[in-house]
Design a protein around this ligand. Structure first.
Ligand SMILES: C[C@@](CO)(OP(=O)(O)O)[C@H](O)COP(=O)(O)OP(=O)(O)OC[C@H]1O[C@@H](n2ccc(N)nc2=O)[C@H](O)[C@@H]1O
Ligand SMILES: Nc1ncnc2c1ncn2[C@@H]1O[C@H](COP(=O)(O)OP(=O)(O)O)[C@@H](O)[C@H]1O
Length: 311
């Protein structure tokens, strides 16, 4: 049986946020980046990116977390579409619409997620049929986190975070995310981390046995104990209230808590849906947290939800 693609004027891709279950940061490299050993985990907070054929390039952002997202050419989704057009030899402008639900500058890779979604959406709309490897290469040029948002699930990241490897991970995990009003700049948090470690020997990062064992067993309690983030002291130094939020979540019964990536979102792991609801209510009532979200992981990476389909 042959299969053809039904032409369509738009494509919509759904993409998750991420949390780093383990984020180990090596010494600063000559290019200014840091080698990482990280475990990425995609969670069920989603942005949606729709690309449509248009007379000229355009971009709009809507949804609950649209505020503060750039709508010019610096938007990572626009940069992704332009880069793919160049790589694929395409000269067909698109309008990009981002429905934003992932916190902005929150350490959950929302911008990277939109870039990954734009790559998948444009690849479909333009009928390029790029291989996963080709898309990953373009993704890595856009940002260290972008290849993971194409893949989703739970995966190891090394290099500056762009080199992915599979990890044996069982189970579904329940999360409560404590969001902050302001954001933290990723480069500023890495710079603060370097300052805090000045004069200390920093080893090349390698995955810890505790994390690998916890993921293999699917034991949420063990995973809660193993959550680690080398950037956390720097994020707390820049935003001291994060320390209080971590303390509050643990007091209210979380299995573990960690700053998500460069922060300021704080991720709490809990036993099940009911525990997530209890913790969300307690954190909100305590007044320590402006906003909370519940989610589960792992979630699928950037995937088409509407658009050109095989017939
Ligand atoms: C900290 C992490 C953890 O997953 O995520 P976020 O908190 O931003 O979501 C990532 O390393 C962020 O990745 P991403 O946001 O893609 O960063 P990039 O655009 O590649 O780099 C932005 C800046 O962060 C610093 N950077 C980033 C990655 C890395 N391995 N070492 C670094 O020092 C550099 O200063 C770089 O100029
Ligand atoms: N599509 C996008 N969504 C969010 N932020 C974006 C986007 N494109 C560019 N940015 C810029 O990237 C910065 C980092 O955003 P984000 O990816 O949300 O945070 P983080 O790096 O903490 O995970 C923001 O301050 C914003 O100016």
């Amino acid at each position: 049986m042959t299969s053809a693609t039904v032409p369509s004027s738009s494509a919509t891709v759904r993409v998750p946020a991420k949390v780093n279950l383990e984020l180990l940061v090596g010494p600063v490299r000559e290019d200014g980046y840091h080698n990482l050993s990280t475990v990425y985990h995609a969670v069920s907070l989603f942005d949606e990116v729709t690309v449509s054929f248009a007379d000229e390039w355009g971009l709009e952002v809507c949804g609950p977390r649209a505020e503060g997202v750039p709508t010019d050419g610096s938007n990572l989704a626009a940069r992704a579409a332009q880069l793919l057009a160049r790589a694929g030899g395409v000269d067909e402008p698109v309008h990009i619409r981002i429905r934003k639900d992932i916190p902005v500058s929150g350490g959950m890779a929302g911008g990277s997620a939109d870039a990954a979604a734009a790559l998948v959406a444009c690849d479909h709309l333009w009928g390029l049929a790029m291989t996963r490897e080709e898309l990953e290469e373009i993704a890595a040029d856009l940002g260290s986190d972008v290849p993971f948002l194409l893949a989703g699930g739970t995966a190891m990241g090394s290099g500056r975070g762009e080199v992915l490897a599979p990890v044996l991970a069982r189970g579904t995990y329940h999360w409560v995310f404590a969001l902050s009003d302001g954001g933290l700049s990723t480069p500023a948090v890495y710079a603060e981390c370097d300052r805090l470690r000045e004069g200390r020997e920093v080893p090349e990062p390698t995955p810890t046995p505790a994390m690998m064992t916890a993921l293999r067993s699917g034991d949420a309690r063990a995973l809660g104990r193993a959550l680690t983030n080398d950037l956390q002291p720097a994020s707390i130094r820049l935003m001291p209230e994060l320390g209080d939020i971590l303390d509050a979540g643990m007091e209210y019964g979380a299995l573990g808590g960690v700053v998500s990536g460069s922060g300021p979102t704080v991720a709490f792991l809990v036993e099940d849906t009911e525990a997530a609801l209890d913790l969300a209510v307690s954190l909100t009532a305590s007044g320590a947290v402006q906003d909370v979200r519940r989610a589960t992981g792992p979630a699928h990476g950037a995937h088409l939800v509407a658009g050109p389909r095989p017939s």
